[in-house]
Design a protein around this ligand. Structure first.
Ligand code: ADP
Ligand code: ZN
Length: 530
């Protein structure tokens, strides 16, 4: 009800109509805009696509002076500024990609009061000349975009962000608004304390994306599984496929093209011109599939991405949420699909252990992130509820995720777990030899492979004691024990080793409940409109 608001409301609404061409505010936008336009500080947690930009752009237009926007996304600044200029907003940016003349021009515009918005890379603020430039102009507000970059606990820490606490000390009267799409309770608290925003008003939007159907399937033949998903459920749709390595990006893109699906690769190993060309084709053309590392996507605003597929396990729930959040920004049914297997767990545990430069605290953080991600993969409960809980929010079983649509059975895996752990114990006695999951499963199944015979493993008492399960099931057991910390990997060859908790299982003090992987994961029912 616009009549209820004061002059700020009517100004803000006018700007919304006149400049941006939208009818009404979404979610908390109006409240946030009024608060900041009125001089208050704000911390805004809103999922990707929620409409964070207007929350600082409109107050900047309503208030006197220039809104200064701190953003780490240097590659997007030109596009953002072009888009604003196209609707008549006087915007500019300062970052390391510019030459001196370009910089001088923007500085002059700022000093002359001819800019509504000035985008700054965070490292600019470490330069005294930038600070004194800001002193000489009029600042309407500071907007700190991607504010989770200040949190060391988070997954995207940037040291330059730590310096942003100085903004308030130098310009105490200028309102600040910090915005992020990723914030667990821990990150949220850390942002507030590091940026000195304890007294700011917090606006926390729901992180639920009801139109996204979450599915996590056991990984068997990932490329073929992906192809089936695209052919049966998303023919002709635009989507993003995330892979961990540049090599698998290239291979997967080539595979899709060979199968007649228009796909483009994107990773940091491609030159800037190729990356830019692929990105702009993805944005402008219909039905392209972008196969990419996580280098792709931050700040990409393509409304009709119908699916986001992960061929490798994301390193954190925040990352998973942010990447899958690029699907369905138009609100129409979309799929978030992840193929996940034993090798993912082995590989990521190995990467964390081999992370030489990080200190112990850093390793612990990475492990905690991975474990939360594994818990999401192995849950027998609603994925959406689990995701929301992770972000400190609650929800009801959604009916639009794989575990709701085809509830997985849980089974008592204590005996198989004991058999497997006993085999690990037997092999440990062989000092110089180190064996991974493959050898252990062959022994349990009683397979006389060359490697089994070479090491006399057919003579072990555990040889052939696990024929009640098939190979895929055993891999599921290993994966889940690794996920639960009842088994660990070590060294160059990903040798399986016991953990402290394994002893409890071996001694029969602890029951192991496992999730039964669907044999052929039933394709979930068609997504329903929210
Ligand atoms: P975020 O930064 O939270 O990911 P954006 O600010 O980029 O989201 O907004 C996402 C999309 O929604 C943009 O295309 C934007 O123009 C659009 N949008 C934002 N607010 C509104 C609104 N009130 N009405 C209509 N569209 C909006
Ligand atoms: Zn659900």
């Amino acid at each position: 009800d616009p009549a209820a608001g004061g002059p700020v409301t009517s100004d803000a609404l006018q700007v919304l109509h006149r400049v941006f061409g939208y009818d009404s505010f979404r979610g908390d936008q109006q409240e946030i805009i009024e608060h900041v336009a009125g001089g208050g500080d704000a911390l805004v947690l809103m999922p990707t696509g929620g409409g964070k930009s207007l929350c600082y752009q409109i107050p900047a237009l309503v208030r006197q002076g220039t809104g200064v926007v701190i953003s780490p996304l240097i590659a997007l600044m030109q596009d953002q500024v072009d888009a604003l200029r196209a609707v008549g907003v006087r915007a500019g940016f300062l970052n390391s990609t510019q030459d001196l003349d370009e910089r001088r021009l923007v500085e002059a515009e700022f000093l002359a009061g001819e800019l509504d918005l000035l985008y700054l890379a965070p490292e600019r603020l470490r330069v005294e000349s930038t600070l004194s430039l800001l002193d000489r102009g009029t600042i309407a507000l500071f907007a700190i975009d991607e504010a989770h970059c200040v949190a060391q606990w988070g997954h995207d820490f940037r040291p330059d962000y730590l310096a942003l606490s100085a903004l308030h000390e130098r310009w105490p009267a200028v309102p600040r608004i910090a915005l992020t799409a990723t914030a667990t309770r821990a990150t949220h608290t850390e942002i507030a304390s590091r940026l000195g925003l304890q007294d700011a008003r917090h606006f926390v939007a729901s992180f639920d994306r009801p139109n996204i159907q979450y599915r996590i399937v056991p990984k068997n033949e990932p490329k073929r599984q992906l192809l089936e998903l695209l052919r049966t459920e998303h023919p002709g749709d635009a989507g993003i496929v995330y892979c961990l390595s540049r090599a698998s990006v290239e291979k997967t893109a080539a595979f899709l093209v060979e199968k007649g699906i228009p796909a483009l690769p994107y990773h940091a190993g491609l030159d800037a011109a190729t990356r830019a060309a692929h990105q702009s084709r993805f944005l402008r053309e219909d039905g392209l599939v972008m196969v990419a590392t996580i280098a792709f996507g931050m700040g990409i605003d393509k409304p009709d991405v119908r699916f986001v597929a992960h061929l490798d396990l994301p390193k954190s729930v925040e990352g998973y949420y942010q990447e899958t959040g690029r699907a369905g920004r138009d609100g129409l049914p979309s799929t978030a699909w992840l193929a996940y297997g034993l090798q993912d767990v082995v590989q990521q545990r190995k990467m964390i252990n081999g992370n030489a430069e990080g200190d112990e605290a850093h390793r612990r953080r990475l492990t905690a992130h991975l474990e939360a991600m594994l818990a999401l993969c192995e849950t027998v409960e609603c994925r959406r509820v689990q995701l929301l809980n992770y972000f400190g929010q609650s929800g009801e079983p959604c009916g639009n995720c794989d575990t709701c649509l085809t509830p997985p059975a849980a089974w008592d895996g204590t005996v198989p777990a004991q058999k497997l752990l006993s085999t690990v114990v037997r092999l440990k006695r062989e000092r110089n030899q180190r064996f991974g999951a493959g050898q252990i499963i062959d022994i349990l199944l009683g397979k006389k492979t060359a490697k089994v015979i070479q090491f006399d493993h057919d003579a072990l008492s555990v040889f052939g004691i696990g024929t009640e399960l098939g190979e895929a099931e055993w891999r599921g057991v290993v994966r889940q024990l690794l996920a639960a910390g009842l088994l660990a990997v070590e060294g160059e060859y990903s040798t399986l080793v016991l953990t402290e908790a394994s002893g409890e299982v071996l001694r029969g003090e602890r029951k192991v409940m496992l999730r039964r992987d669907p044999e052929k994961p039933a394709r979930a029912a068609k997504a329903t409109k929210p």
